[in-house]
Ligand binder design. Structure first.
Ligand code: DC
Length: 223
């Protein structure tokens, strides 16, 4: 099986590019952030503080997560309920970031992610795919852009969904998440030694997609 690992900070365009490149390659696209979001959602719904391991860990045995694909689009099922829309609410970003710092949460999701890569050719995006989940991935990409550019994109995306948050608020959230994701003790966001860094600041979607796609093709030709 072939695995393409795409890591990077929030708002770098990972999911849009990973999904499009997976489609071009005919691989399964796995958005691992959605799994952390689903756990954050469950914690919130149960009245637990997503930042507190001692409140979140006892809930883990109650959680059944699975991924389904409808017309190539990933859907997350939480205890039988499709939560794909609920996990995209802005408050779920920080809940996901908080639960993702809990080692037991990362362990809980580890097998699910590895099993997918054992059974399918995948393009998997996240924060620790190239470093921890799939260190053997044949292609590793670290996709990034400046915080200001990432906040600008996220702001536009939220506006498109009718969610009215100021640019400054979005930028603050981006910076806070960058800090949380890269400073946590377990599996912090960082570029794998053997990953190529692609900075999409100043590139539009099509240019970013082509850069990523060409890199994957050239890596595949080498392995
Ligand atoms: O990619 P995203 O914004 O949907 O991810 C939500 C949060 O989940 C992010 O702030 C960090 C965490 N995450 C992680 O720790 N490891 C991953 N592989 C994917 C996401």
């Amino acid at each position: 099986m072939i695995s393409v690992a795409i890591d990077g900070p929030a708002g770098a365009g990972k999911s849009t590019i990973a999904r499009a490149v997976a489609q071009k390659l005919g691989y399964l696209y796995v958005d691992t952030g959605a799994l952390y979001r689903a756990i954050g959602l469950y914690a919130r719904r149960q009245g637990a503080d997503p930042a507190q391991g001692e409140q979140v860990c006892p809930l883990l045995p109650q959680i059944q997560l699975s991924l389904r694909y409808v017309d190539g689009v990933q859907h997350v099922t939480l205890n039988g309920e499709d939560v794909s829309e609920d996990i995209r609410l802005p408050e779920m970003s920080s809940a996901a970031s908080q639960v993702s710092a809990i080692p037991q949460v990362r362990d809980f999701l580890f097998d699910l992610q590895q099993n997918l890569a054992q059974e399918h050719n995948v393009v998997m995006d996240g924060r620790d795919i190239g470093t921890v989940v799939l260190p053997q991935a044949q292609v590793k990409i670290y996709l990034t852009a400046t915080p200001q550019e990432r906040a600008r994109r996220r702001h536009l995306e939220l506006l498109g969904k009718g969610i009215d948050q100021s640019y400054d608020q979005v930028l603050q959230d981006v910076l806070q998440r960058d800090y949380n994701d890269s400073h946590r003790a377990v599996a912090p966001l960082k570029q794998a030694q053997d990953a190529v860094c692609i900075d999409t600041t100043g590139l539009d979607f099509e240019q970013s997609l082509q850069t990523v796609y060409q890199h994957i093709l050239s890596r595949q030709a080498q392995v």
